[in-house]
Design a protein around this ligand. Structure first.
Ligand SMILES: [Fe+2]
Ligand SMILES: [Fe+2]
Length: 307
């Protein structure tokens, strides 16, 4: 039997999760909007509408979260990093897509502290709206993916990456549904499943980086490939432990190794983003994507260390 969350835990965990994932979903929309060939006007416009929809929900989440979010979420840099604003400015300049940077500035000023149990109903509504919109976005990703796989649509987003974006949407929905039932999505007994999922996500990020870097960036491509191997191995080990259904000493060792690997890939991603922003690397990585995958590593680290 799962422990039921107290009201304040429900509010804090929901707001923390929404602050992280609503921005992630908004950026997935932007990645598709910028990546789908312009002749597919309807799809490009639909991606833009998703971006606006998630921006609106994120705005609500930020207003509610100010003073009610957990300090560990703010410290983890999974909501915004020191580079997010700069990455957005550059991405707007390069893509011509408007980005709501006022919202980013509000996120940078978020405070933890005063806790307001009166927010419960509003948070429950926000969670339900987020489930609804994310489901539509997941369906949209499937439409785009099918179009690409059937050679009807051209996009600069790799097919595996479209699948990856959809898997993250599904994971977000799953977490929100647990929260709506009063259950902590990242509780100890489900941690191996979460770990296997995020390991797989980290491994794919490394693969995307390797594929989106210019072939002349030999050293960075090699480093990225090594991270992919390391995280696919960690994912297999987590799956193995999960299938055996018991946590032992081996798991504690694995968690230590995991935290080391995630800190390493986080540092690699941060360096990569700094290089991209300084125009010192040859690639087709849009700056906001570099910041996006950095935040996903920060989120994974926070899941393993703080919850
Ligand atoms: Fe993502
Ligand atoms: Fe990702």
């Amino acid at each position: 039997m799962d422990r039921q969350l107290e009201t304040m835990e429900f509010i804090q965990k929901s707001l923390g999760l929404n602050l992280f994932f609503l921005r992630i979903m908004k950026e997935h929309s932007l990645i598709l909007e910028a990546g789908i060939a312009p002749k597919n006007t309807e799809l490009v416009e639909a991606a833009g509408e998703f971006r606006n929809g998630f921006n609106k929900l994120l705005n609500e989440a930020v207003r509610m979260a100010d003073g009610n979010v957990s300090p560990t979420v703010l410290e983890s840099e999974e909501i915004v990093t020191e580079l997010t604003l700069q990455a957005e400015e550059k991405t707007e300049e390069l893509s011509g897509i408007d980005i709501d940077m006022t919202l980013t500035k509000m996120e940078m000023l978020l405070r933890s502290g005063r806790e307001d149990p009166g927010l419960e109903d509003a948070v429950r509504r926000l969670n339900s709206q987020a489930i609804h919109l994310t489901r539509s976005l997941a369906d949209f990703k499937t439409t785009v993916l099918n179009g690409v796989l059937n050679c009807k649509i051209f996009t600069y987003v790799l097919p595996t990456m479209i699948e990856h974006l959809r898997e993250e949407a599904d994971a977000y929905i799953e977490c929100l549904e647990k929260l709506q039932q009063g259950i902590d999505p990242y509780q100890e007994k489900h941690i191996m499943g979460a770990k296997a999922f995020w390991d797989h996500i980290m491994a794919e990020h490394a693969q995307f980086v390797a594929h989106l870097l210019d072939p002349s960036e030999v050293k960075l491509v090699q480093q990225a490939n090594r991270f992919a191997e390391r995280f696919f191995r960690l994912a297999r080990e987590a799956e193995w432990i999960k299938s055996r259904g018991r946590f032992n000493r081996y798991m504690r060792e694995l968690m230590r190794e995991e935290i080391r690997a995630t800190r390493d890939i986080r540092n690699f991603k941060r360096t990569g983003e700094e290089l991209i922003l300084a125009c010192q690397v040859r690639s087709i990585i849009i700056p906001l994507l570099a910041d996006h995958i950095l935040r996903e590593a920060n989120h994974f680290l926070a899941v393993m260390t703080n919850r």
